[in-house]
Design a protein around this ligand. Structure first.
Ligand code: SAM
Ligand code: SF4
Length: 332
């Protein structure tokens, strides 16, 4: 982490400051979560189309002087791509990059947490849709013997901070565990976020059948103790709204893409594994950065142009998802 002399903060056409890039390092995954991708998988990107780590580092090094400060490594499942620790070390060495986060299903965190932290990873989000082994395997459609509490403890022991825990709540599938997952915050400094199920690709029908509005989720959590508004984790600035159960060490939050938009405070853009810059999770707008990078052309003008075209808001409330088949294609 180093201080850098940045140009004026990057702003999009609507005046939003953009300093956060989410980088998908793979479209593949060791899970097949029911809400995320079909059980047979997707048509995986050929290796030659995926950005190499050297290319990702070169791309970030070009964008950091424009004001990019925070990165999130995501996927697919980023921990299944070999050499992730090296990538994180190299990204953290780029002048201006202050903070690196990881989104993971958590399966490899017990093995990799300490080495990732040592390489410069600051924080982690892990997905915990259930605490019951049979149900974890049923939702992920893979039985890898995953124990989310072991993964959370490993992340905390490694010194990753904050540790955020994401639960996609599905009525009749795992909503009876909302209270159990919220209880994880009582004696652990973790930040649980309940996410409203979003309609994507072949899994879109799930949303109509299973969506649980966040107000209902919070009402259930409140049976554990009075909820007070909370600051939430110091770093992150994401779309969650946080609360604290009276006396709890951690916080509970809700992410409500289906019932609210928070596009007005959007501070992020996304890079797909094959090097397309997506300025909105659910937008149609994409800019190919990989080919110009491979031709040795400067990326800053393309990045600035992309921000100039970043849409004001997504169209999820109208159930339009910009041609996405799965969130794993854009890193969630
Ligand atoms: N594999 C990593 C993981 O599971 O955290 C990172 C990628 S995953 C696509 C990122 C996030 O997107 C996860 O928290 C996942 O639960 C969420 N997600 C995927 N599909 C979703 C959907 N249809 N609705 C809501 N959240 C979804
Ligand atoms: Fe894999 Fe994450 Fe999608 Fe689950 S949510 S299938 S773990 S990418």
């Amino acid at each position: 982490m180093t201080a850098a002399t940045h140009e004026a903060p990057l702003r999009d056409q609507h005046g939003r400051s953009i300093e956060y890039l989410r980088i998908s390092v793979t479209d593949r995954c060791n899970f097949r979560c029911v809400y995320c991708m079909p059980e047979r998988g997707l048509d995986w990107l050929p290796k030659a189309e995926i950005l190499s780590y050297e290319e990702i580092v070169a791309l970030v090094a070009q964008l950091a002087p424009l004001g990019l400060r925070r990165l999130r490594i995501t996927g697919g499942e980023p921990t299944i791509r070999p050499g992730l620790t090296t990538l994180i070390r190299q990204l953290k060495a780029i002048e201006g990059i202050e903070d690196i986060a990881l989104s993971t299903n958590g399966v490899k965190l017990p093995q990799m947490g300490a080495e990732l932290r040592a390489a410069g990873l600051d924080r982690v989000n892990l997905s915990v849709d259930s605490l019951r082994p049979d149900r974890i395997a049923a939702i992920a459609r893979r039985d890898l013997g995953f124990d989310p509490v072991v993964a959370i403890e490993a992340a905390l022991a490694a010194g990753l901070d904050p540790v955020k825990v994401n639960m996609v709540v599905m009525r009749g599938v795992n909503d009876d565990e909302v209270i159990d997952v919220a209880r994880l915050t009582i004696d652990r400094a973790v930040h649980v976020r309940f996410i409203e199920l979003m309609p994507v690709g072949e899994m879109a029908h799930l949303t109509d059948e299973h969506i649980v509005p966040s107000a209902e989720v919070l009402a259930r959590v409140a049976t554990l103790g009075a909820l007070t508004g909370a600051e939430g984790p110091a770093r992150g600035n994401g779309p969650a709204v946080y609360h604290r159960i009276a006396g709890a060490a951690g916080t509970v939050g809700v992410i409500t893409p289906m019932t609210h938009t928070y596009c007005g405070s959007c501070n992020r853009v996304r890079l797909t594994a094959d090097g397309r810059l997506r300025t909105c999770l659910y937008g149609d707008h994409e800019v190919n950065l990989r080919d110009p990078l491979r031709r040795g052309e400067p990326l800053a003008p393309l990045f600035r142009q992309a921000l100039a075209e970043k849409p004001l808001e997504h169209l999820l409330l109208q159930r339009r998802v910009g041609g996405l088949q799965a969130l794993s294609q854009v890193g969630g």
